[in-house]
Design a protein around this ligand. Structure first.
Ligand code: SF4
Length: 390
């Protein structure tokens, strides 16, 4: 089987390949390095390099694979191990973790984001329930690196099993569980800082301004694996759901080798439930259109199969939100429905920060009556909204 490794699975430029066609590679072997901001990429399989392009490396996997891997070089420096392992924000952002953790926050707050706030997704909580100690280890490593005095696991109260396991596993006075409301986007970094630390970050400000660092749960897992087990990022936890037989409500699949084609996972989960529509990569709010041959990457969390798009040829107005579908995605959906976009608006809380629109108060969503009226005035007969409040 072919495994595809995109050279850009992170914030920053594409990595530079360090293997060539016909090279034999081992699972865990480094195959590409960053040129500037980025993160190492490792093969998730034993096999032979079939092609190397500017955008990806394709490896033909051997028939028999194993879970064993080549460990990263031994080091006493946790930050070096994290860099060598190629860890990036696994929740979708893909920011290189060794860069994020360079900032010291003495006396501050290291927060594990266990909110998993997009609907259907469940792989983070699944991992937490089964590997609670590993997440606490990862949090302690983050606290050591950043000199944070307080550790927090941020979670929604509904995850009772995970919470009771956390309570049993936390043996440290400096680590506590804190709760977030069961709403989207509770996992937004600014919402977490506001709800847990009482600090209102302005659009564009980072948690460091509140003396805090936030890591997604799977990123924390990868930190513990890199430092304690010398494992590079070669596997990914995902949730499959939607129009998939037996998995409509979401089914978690753990430790999928990176590079594995999405189509194989859909088949393994039970196959399509007919009728079905597009493949959505990510959660229902922020997911993007995907294809069957799209590979699993370091940041892919959800593989959701949608209903076929209803057909509607009316004139559409679109309403974008920072935390949900934005203009391009909304236009893509309207096109797939056979409609025509005649008017565009943003949620009224969106403000321009250095050329990028950001929400002023994520999760405290206003009514959209004025934007709806404006869309109607511009000729919209029907409105498609990506705003999470409506
Ligand atoms: S206030 Fe607007 S932009 Fe912000 S999260 Fe709510 S709907 Fe989205």
């Amino acid at each position: 089987m072919k495994f595809r490794f995109p050279l850009k699975q992170h914030v920053g430029g594409p990595c530079v390949p360090i293997v060539k066609v016909d090279d034999e590679v081992k699972r865990g072997q480094k195959i590409a390095e960053p040129n500037g901001l980025g993160a190492n990429i490792h093969s998730s399989v034993n096999g032979k390099v079939q092609s190397v392009t500017e955008s990806e490396i394709i490896i033909l996997g051997d028939k028999n694979q194993s879970k064993d891997f080549l460990p990263i070089d031994e080091t006493d420096d946790a930050l070096d191990a994290i860099a060598e392992a190629g860890i990036v924000g696994a929740g979708g952002a893909g920011f290189p973790t060794h860069v994020k953790l360079k900032t010291k926050i003495p006396g501050g707050y290291a927060i594990v984001n266990a909110t998993e706030c997009e609907p259907i997704l469940g792989h983070n909580i699944h991992y937490l329930e089964e590997n609670t100690e590993k997440i606490i280890s990862g949090l302690k490593i983050i606290m050591d690196i950043t000199e944070a005095e307080h550790g927090i696991v941020a979670i929604k109260p509904k995850h009772k099993e995970a919470i009771s396991k956390l309570k049993a596993a936390i043996g440290d006075d400096n680590i506590e569980i804190k709760y977030l409301p069961d709403l989207y986007p509770a996992g937004d970094e600014r919402v977490i800082v506001r709800e847990l630390l009482g600090v209102e970050l302005k659009p564009g400000q980072l948690p460091g301004e509140a003396n805090a660092v936030i890591q997604n749960l799977e990123t924390t897992k990868n930190i513990a694996l890199a430092v304690e087990d010398r494992k590079p990022v070669i596997d990914k936890d995902v949730t499959i759901g939607g129009r998939v037989k037996g998995a409509q409500e979401g089914k978690t699949i753990m430790d999928v080798p990176i590079g594995y084609p999405v189509k194989e996972l859909i088949e393994e989960a039970g196959g399509y439930l007919e009728p079905h529509g597009e493949i959505v990569l990510g959660g229902p709010f922020t997911g993007k259109h995907g294809k069957e041959d799209t590979p699993v990457t370091k940041t892919l969390g959800g593989i959701l199969i949608a209903m076929p798009f209803p057909q509607d040829k009316r004139k559409f107005g679109i309403l974008a939100c920072e935390c949900g579908a934005q203009e391009n995605r909304l236009k893509e959906i309207v096109e797939a429905m056979g409609g025509n976009v005649v008017a565009e608006e943003k949620c009224k809380r969106m403000v321009d920060v250095n050329g990028r629109y950001r929400c002023e108060l994520p999760g405290i969503c206003p009514g959209q009556a004025s934007t709806v009226l404006s869309l109607k005035k511009k000729g919209a007969e029907v409105i498609l909204t990506g705003s999470c409040g409506d």
